[in-house]
Write a protein that binds this ligand. Structure first.
Ligand code: AGP
Length: 607
């Protein structure tokens, strides 16, 4: 979604704001802006497009206090008029989130004579704070009173020309943290924006307000009660958010997968058995008592859940349902207090997944587990159990290493549940653990296919549609391949369980329709081969990702790339990698913006 940076320091902070926005640009990138305390009035620079354009436009702006924003449009089209910061009188505001009662506020403030110049919900916050400042001169108090009138999700930062050197920030539902240092104090949507100035981070809780000056920070709750929040020293390495030798973050993140998997699996160490404690202190007891699992997630995270369903039912013997979070939260469902509710999210701040988790809890389902890549996120904090994947920061909008590390974590969960249910003997457990341990090496070998995949990608550049096929636990991998291709190359792609083809989609197949098949050497391979023949018989061009030892051969219209080895239950983790590489290289050939595809944002903190 949108990204916020704010800084109060003893030198010019404009370069810090711009650099911070560059790090947050993955969150939203249709327009950007900064506002600083000027010599006589707020100085604001806004531009449509990327932060690089804002950097040029703000080159001559200087101030020790300011706020900045990169936007992903929700209310109002991307244009300069709708870009943040929004100004009312002497104050300027940036905002991430959605104000649900903005229409009522807009009507009320218009009646008071405020003139709205944008279509955004944020502008109502600016006018609301300005109206409160007429009776209450202290900015901190005015923002606190304003927040009490806001319904929805927000992280905001506010400055007032009449109170230079001061920034007031607040959060409810959208992420915001503080960076503290001797030479200045800062706020941002995530730590990557502030590593340039400090490693000392303070995570604000929902309902917190903070005042930042160069000399210090004070935090209260919305009712004014002072609170202390601990300072965490961020372990995030600056290199983790740099591109290094790669051309795009997506490419970097695809190639980081062996390391990300090794880090995520570190807790199994040299052990031959799974300890449920890796999911939280109460996990052992809880997992033994569950009779069902419900997985809630969106997008790529939902695909990892769909893959895990095959593992959980076949290995652990526990019934499992996977629901798209935005559907579950509004559906009348039958609650089961004994089921484990698993919320999967890379960011931990996806609004639909968070709301679905809360909905599940409101139905009395308190056995919850967050599977997440961001330890301090809302989804983690609101779940009873947790597993943090160690993928490192994922910047590319198209999720890659978050997906494979989620799969690894879900396989660990499968083993922990299977063990709790006494469905796993010591020998099976040791074999699975050994396979997990070997995964990073196996993934490395699959990455060696990149050159061949690059050649294939050339043939997709002029295509408008593509079909992905898979069966069994590789059907969700086909879904993920199709999502990756449409997300970054804008080619319409759909995925089907291969057996379903003849029930309709086969009508689409002709020489212009590439059909990509995930074809591991598993128990369904022979069935899949028949489905591929159905495609070939209609003139469809097949691109098959097979395993080294399978008997699929190249022939006219059937192109085959082989993964080095068949990997049994864990094969989906290997088979998704060529699909990630394919979509990456097709996007390169098409010249799209790989890391920031049109209309999308990295974490979707609105409904
Ligand atoms: C994947 O490439 C997407 N960008 C998207 O589907 C993403 O997985 C989804 O929005 C869920 O995000 P989360 O994992 O942060 O909750």
């Amino acid at each position: 979604m949108c990204g916020i940076v704010a800084a109060a320091a003893n030198t010019n902070i404009v370069p810090v704001l711009v650099e911070g926005l560059k790090k947050l640009e993955y969150r939203g990138y249709d327009s950007a802006g900064i506002a600083v305390i000027g010599s006589s009035q707020i100085e604001r620079v806004r531009s449509v497009g990327r932060v690089a354009e804002l950097e040029t436009a703000s080159a001559s702006t200087q101030s020790p206090t300011g706020i900045a924003h990169t936007r992903w449009a929700t209310h109002g089209v991307p244009c300069e008029r709708n870009a943040h910061p929004h100004i009312s009188g002497s104050i300027a505001v940036v905002h991430n989130g959605i104000i649900e009662n903005y229409e009522a506020l807009r009507a009320e403030l218009s009646a008071q004579g405020y003139v709205f110049t944008s279509d955004t919900d944020t502008e109502s916050i600016a006018h609301l704070v300005e109206s409160l400042l007429r009776n209450e001169p202290d900015l901190f108090t005015a923002v606190r009173l304003a927040c009490r009138r806001l319904i929805g999700a927000y992280a905001i930062a506010v400055i007032d020309q009449r109170q230079p050197g001061k920034i007031v920030v607040a959060r409810e539902g959208s992420p915001l943290l503080l960076g503290v240092s001797e030479t200045g104090n800062y706020a941002a949507s995530d730590a990557s924006a502030l590593l340039q100035v400090t490693r000392n981070m303070v995570y604000l809780e929902n309902g917190d307000l903070a005042e930042l000056t160069v000399g210090g920070v004070r935090i209260t709750r919305l009712d004014g009660t002072p609170v202390e929040r601990p300072v965490h020293v961020s372990q995030l390495s600056a290199a983790a958010v740099e591109l290094g030798n790669y051309s795009h973050y997506m490419q970097k993140e695809i190639f980081e997968q062996p390391e990300a998997l090794a880090n995520t699996l570190e807790m199994i160490g040299g052990s031959k058995s799974i300890q449920p404690g890796m999911f939280g202190a109460e996990a052992g007891e809880m997992l033994a008592d569950i009779d069902q699992i419900l997985i809630l997630a969106c997008g790529t995270s939902a695909h990892s859940g769909q893959t895990a369903r095959y593992w959980l039912e076949s290995i652990a013997g526990v019934p499992c349902n996977v629901e798209i979070a935005s559907e579950y939260r509004y559906r009348t469902s039958v609650a089961n207090p004994r089921q484990l509710v698993v919320a999967i999210s890379q960011s931990g701040e996806t609004a639909d997944t968070l709301a679905a988790l809360r909905h599940a809890k409101s139905l009395g389902q308190t056995r919850t587990l967050a599977l997440c890549n961001v330890p301090e996120s809302a989804i983690v904090r609101e779940s009873a159990l947790r597993f943090i994947t160690r993928a490192g920061p994922e910047i590319g909008v198209a999720s890659t290493k978050a997906f494979t590390t989620q799969l690894a974590a879900l396989f660990l969960l499968t083993l922990a549940v299977a063990k709790a249910k006494q469905r796993l003997n010591a020998e099976q457990e040791a074999t699975f653990i050994e396979q997990l341990r070997h995964l990073p090496v196996a993934v490395n070998k699959v990455l060696d296919l990149e050159n061949d995949i690059r050649d294939w990608a050339q043939r997709f550049a002029d295509k408008h549609h593509a079909l992905f096929l898979g069966r069994g636990r590789h059907y969700p991998i086909a879904l993920e391949g199709a999502l990756k291709l449409k997300e970054i190359s804008y080619i319409h792609a759909e995925a089907y369980p291969a057996g379903e083809l003849k029930h309709g989609p086969l009508a689409l197949v002709d020489a212009k329709m590439p059909v990509i098949s995930v074809a591991p050497n598993d128990e369904l391979l022979e069935k899949l081969k028949s489905n591929l023949q159905e495609v070939r018989a209609r003139g469809g061009e097949l691109y098959v990702f097979a395993d080294g030892d399978s008997e699929i051969t190249e022939s006219d219209g059937i192109h085959v790339l082989r993964l080095p080895e068949h990997y049994g239950q864990l094969s989906p983790i290997l088979h998704v990698i060529p699909l990630q590489l394919l979509s990456y290289h097709v996007a390169l050939v098409k010249g799209t913006d790989v890391d920031k595809p049109r209309n999308l944002a990295k974490s979707v903190t609105v409904e």
